[in-house]
Design a protein around this ligand. Structure first.
Ligand code: GAL
Length: 992
């Protein structure tokens, strides 16, 4: 092998060329074949430089393929959401352009060479190279790639005709003309990040294969059509065989009707193994028979209306970035199925092909999306109603048309044999114009069997399905009713006009959109703690047939494993890699944390996405069958009357899809009843006995009676010489602060109106509460003792919480009663009457710290995961036990977390002693190893430091979390308006 890189040609600016790419073969299916292939994955030689012409490449060093070079010691990843990291100077890019030159040798086996002699061919296949590459074999140019997440193949038959060793060179540039159409919200990172292989294509082989496996729901019949083609699109004589159906037919486009097939759906993803054979090649595939239709305003699979209980998925890994371990494909699909998701959008590019195989197998409805986004041309339009400066981007620019249409064609050709794909999307946030319309048309021409969606065709004039992102519940309801208010019409008009389109007034009065199915292509922005109100969104899908559900933004936090300046191991986000331009932690907004640990949002989604609606009252469980095809026979039910200590079998009613029914529950004296539904048998990645949904009902009166403490004779408060007070086991200092209970020391006790802001309250939101709360100093409210008095058996402590620079504040009254065993607190907080109406309170509660760390918390309340007023789906009432550490949620960016709702009793025990809390009315409980101030101050979860204390907050009320980082504020019913609130607690410290 020669060691020199191909000579530099300074006149050839291949990376800025439009149309993009050279010498590539047309897209085709990724087929499992018995034809020989050589994997070129492994260690390559790598030279790194800053000039795309390769004139300043450094010394060769080993690098792994597949892999992104920023994750292997060269350059650094950069995160921007919307803006381009380079000047917008189409089609040019800066002179300084990180460039990686990959090379390796490869050996053409003797028998390959012989096959070439018989008319065979060799293809070099790249499955993903970011952002453009030029390829040489033995110094001769082969071609140029275009489309980072698109498979590119080159016919290298001539170059590799001779058996033996050859040299392969691939020069990859970070910035290219492709950058302008690949501006997705994710890390900028470069290199050969998906597999590379060399394929021997036998003469007479199956170059491409197109299958149609249709199911007629009216008759149960299947129809199969397979068409095998050669490299020039010519028909090749081939036979398709489906042993499970006893079927053998020519694969030349002949249609074969099968009297009965078992259809494919996400609920029953039945696949038939098939082969397509010519004399020289056998291709194996799995066929799913199903029919996808847009029928007026209804989207149907196999004749039934489908609701998408979906999520948007990027490819992310904390260690290797967008490079995908095969196991991650399987793990993601398994987690999705185990949490009741039935759909996924491959935002915003076609995934690693393995992912689609697993979706076929496990059953997920897929919107497969092209590799296309140009958000940086119209950054202002991202917030919809704030749209201003219209910029003419590729959607309106004819010089991009050929490349973009080719992009759309390419990904559809790769993936069209997958049963799981029910819709194509050309891309994301790339405005709308003649070019996007041409892309949609090309997709339709390449695959006429599936509907096409593209969100930014806001009036759905050329797509089949209407979609929007982050519509509020109220806006969605208007769409469901098929009646848009004048205000909403204006908003949509402005959004469309921001694309430099001439949109007449009244365009949205009766748009084509309102005669088509609707879905939320993105909603419920799952950044940090949230998103709230999934319940309300999903309820709309039951009320309005045109509303077909949607796709939560998004599946995974893209945090990257790294260290901060102090050496803490953290999940890094924008700005942690020295980037000048970045969008901070907006890249961490998933249902799973970077290491794929489910966040509470996934458990919330699991509940609201359940295929069976479950509402439990004291006497009945009301069930709604939300499956499209199945009855409930695949599930069994159990009921617990003793806080989930024991379970009894409950007979499930026979409910057909869409039907609701009630099951009577055993009657008795119980304070709480919980019902759960479990799978009978394993369903793919979902094990047998897996909990599908659970819900509890609590009887407040019985619960209060059960937790009430037997009254002992009340003791009177005593004042001590130094001004301190005693009441039963409780001690108060001269400022009226609780400082001890029996042997337990207590610190920092007092009324608390603050909680650490969540991501959904940050600067980007329409009501940036974090900034507003901090401006008035709610986080550092100052206490002033107004007075302490003994009022008979009560110790009454009046204080005022004041805010710096303001007359705003709250009056606080603590009324304490005590006996030998414990004390009762009645805390009343009265915010100032003139509190601003649009400034919700974060919480109304009471916080204190125990100087020693308990290791165990037991609580009677809703768990096991956290709840806020607008989240917490799937929590049930039980006696839950947890370590303090496990009560925390390690959100990438520290923020309020860990509240357990509906708590009536809690016991904290450990080294310092035992503290027992009881309450006649349920409260929210948070127990943390650090203070709110620490949670509020740190920028990374890994930087949080326990301070040796245990911080306890009991909340009477909390402000909802909403979705406003990229979506609506909390619904009015979850807003904590400033109002008078009372919290009652009993505190005791039973002796050791
Ligand atoms: C949407 C966009 C997504 C993501 C999200 C915010 O506008 O389509 O790619 O950026 O906002 O996290």
């Amino acid at each position: 092998m020669t060691t020199t890189v191909p000579a530099t040609d300074r006149t050839d600016r291949w990376w800025e060329e439009l149309p993009a790419g050279r010498g590539r073969l047309r897209g085709r299916a990724h087929l499992a074949t018995d034809a020989p292939a050589l994997s070129l994955d492994g260690t390559w030689d790598f030279r790194y430089g800053t000039r795309a012409d390769g004139s300043d490449l450094g010394e060769a060093a080993p690098i792994e393929v597949p892999g992104l070079w920023q994750f292997q010691g060269y350059g650094a990843p950069q995160y921007t959401n919307v803006i381009y990291p380079i000047p917008r100077d189409v089609p040019h890019v800066p002179d300084e352009n990180p460039t990686g030159h990959y090379s390796r040798s490869l050996t053409v086996p003797q028998d390959w060479a012989e096959e070439l002699g018989r008319g065979g061919r060799v293809l070099l296949r790249f499955q993903g190279v970011d952002s453009a590459a030029k390829v040489w074999i033995d110094g001769e140019e082969i071609g140029v790639t275009a489309g980072s997440r698109l498979t590119q193949e080159f016919d290298v038959t001539g170059a590799l005709a001779a058996p033996g060793e050859h040299r392969l060179d691939v020069r990859v540039v970070q910035w290219s003309v492709n950058t302008y159409v690949e501006d997705q919200d994710m890390w900028w990172a470069s290199g050969i990040f998906r597999s590379v292989d060399l394929l021997l294509r036998p003469a007479g082989g199956i170059h491409d294969l197109v299958t149609l496996a249709d199911f007629d729901p009216a008759t149960g019949r299947g129809l199969l059509r397979a068409t095998a083609v050669g490299p020039d699109g010519e028909s090749v004589p081939a036979t398709v065989e489906v042993p499970g159906l006893g079927l053998t037919a020519p694969a030349d486009g002949t249609e074969t009707v099968i009297e009965q097939v078992r259809p494919w759906s996400a609920e029953d993803p039945h696949l038939y193994a098939a082969t397509v054979r010519t004399e020289t090649e056998t291709v194996s595939l799995r066929l799913g028979f199903r029919r996808v239709e847009v029928d007026g305003e209804i989207f149907r699979v196999n004749g039934e209306r489908i609701v998408f209980r979906g999520v948007n998925r990027h490819e992310a890994d904390p260690v290797v970035g967008r490079t995908q371990h095969l196991e991650n494909q399987d793990l993601d699909v398994a987690l999705m199925k185990q949490h009741n998701l039935n759909a996924v959008r491959t935002s915003h590019y076609p995934p690693h092909q393995r992912f689609l195989d697993v979706c076929d197998e496990a059953g997920l409805y897929v919107i497969c999306e092209g590799d296309f986004e140009t958000h940086g041309f119209h950054a202002d339009s991202t917030w919809g109603e704030d749209a201003t400066g219209a910029a003419e981007g590729p959607a309106l620019d004819p010089q991009f048309e050929q490349s973009l249409v080719e992009r759309s064609d390419r990904f559809v050709r790769r993936d069209r044999n997958h049963a799981s794909i029910v819709m194509w999307s050309i891309g994301n946030e790339a405005a709308s114009g003649p070019v996007t319309e041409a892309m949609v048309e090309r997709v339709r021409a390449t695959d006429p069997t599936r509907p096409v969606i593209y969100e930014q065709d806001y009036s759905a004039s050329y797509v089949d399905v209407f979609s929007l992102m982050y519509s509020s519940v109220e806006e969605s309801e208007q769409i469901g009713r098929r009646e848009l208010s004048a205000e909403y019409q204006d908003k949509l008009t402005r959004m469309l006009r921001s694309f430099a389109l001439d949109v007449p007034d009244g365009h949205f009065a009766d748009p084509p959109a309102l005669s088509k199915p609707f879905l939320w292509i993105e909603y419920a922005h799952a950044m940090g703690n949230g998103a709230g109100s999934l319940k309300e969104y999903m309820a709309l899908t039951e009320q309005y047939p045109a509303l077909h559900g949607g796709f939560i933004w998004e599946w995974i936090d893209h945090g990257l494993l790294t260290h901060d300046a102090e050496g803490n191991e953290i999940f890094g986000y924008g700005g942690d890699f020295g980037e000048r331009l970045h969008d901070g932690n907006f890249v961490a907004d998933g249902l799973v944390l970077p290491d794929r640990t489910p966040s509470p949002a996934l458990l919330d989604a699991k509940h609201h996405y359940s295929p069976v609606g479950l509402e439990v009252s004291a006497t009945t469980a009301r069930l709604t069958n939300r499956y499209a095809f199945s009855d409930l026979s695949r599930l069994r039910a159990e009921v617990s009357l003793d806080q989930q200590a024991t379970w009894q079998e409950l007979a499930l009613p026979a409910l057909t899809p869409g039907q609701s029914g009630e099951v009577p529950l055993p009657t008795g004296e119980h304070a709480a009843v919980t019902v759960r539904l479990l799978t009978r048998e394993a369903e793919g990645p979902v094990p047998a006995g897996h909990e599908v949904v659970a819900a509890s009902h609590v009887d407040a009166q019985r619960l209060a009676a059960a937790t009430a403490v037997p009254a002992a004779p009340a003791l009177a408060p005593q004042q001590e010489a130094d001004g301190a007070w005693r009441l039963g086991p409780a001690r108060f200092d001269d400022l009226g602060r609780l400082v001890g209970l029996g042997d337990l020391g207590i610190e920092h006790a007092g009324a608390d109106l603050y909680r650490a802001p969540v991501d959904n309250e940050g600067a980007r939101t329409r009501n940036p509460l974090e900034a507003r709360w901090k401006r008035i100093g709610l986080d550092v409210a100052r206490r002033r003792l107004v007075g302490i008095e003994a009022d008979g058996e009560e110790l009454v402590i009046r204080t005022r919480l004041g805010l710096d620079g303001s007359a705003l504040g709250a009056d606080v009254v603590e009324r304490w009663r005590g006996d030998v065993d414990g004390v009762d607190l009645e805390l009343t907080v009265t915010p100032a009457a003139f509190w601003p109406r649009d400034l919700p309170l974060p919480r109304i509660g009471w916080t204190f710290a125990l100087p020693a760390a308990p290791d165990q918390v037991e609580y009677d309340g809703f768990g096991p995961h956290e709840s806020y007023p607008d989240t917490g789906g799937g929590t049930t009432f039980a006696t839950w036990r947890s370590s303090v550490a496990d009560l925390q949620v390690p959100y990438v960016f520290p923020q309020e977390n860990g509240n357990r709702a509906g708590v009536v009793r809690a016991v904290l025990s450990g080294v310092g002693g035992t503290l027992e809390l009881r309450a006649p009315e349920p409260f929210g409980l948070a127990v943390r190893p650090w203070s709110t101030a620490e949670l509020d101050a740190r920028a990374h979860d890994g930087a949080l430091r326990p301070d040796g204390r245990t911080w306890v907050t009991a909340s009477a009320a909390l402000h909802g979390v909403g979705s406003a980082a990229c979506g609506p504020l909390p619904l009015p019913e979850y807003v904590l308006d400033a109002h008078e609130e009372t919290l009652r607690l009993h505190l005791a410290s039973p002796g050791r």
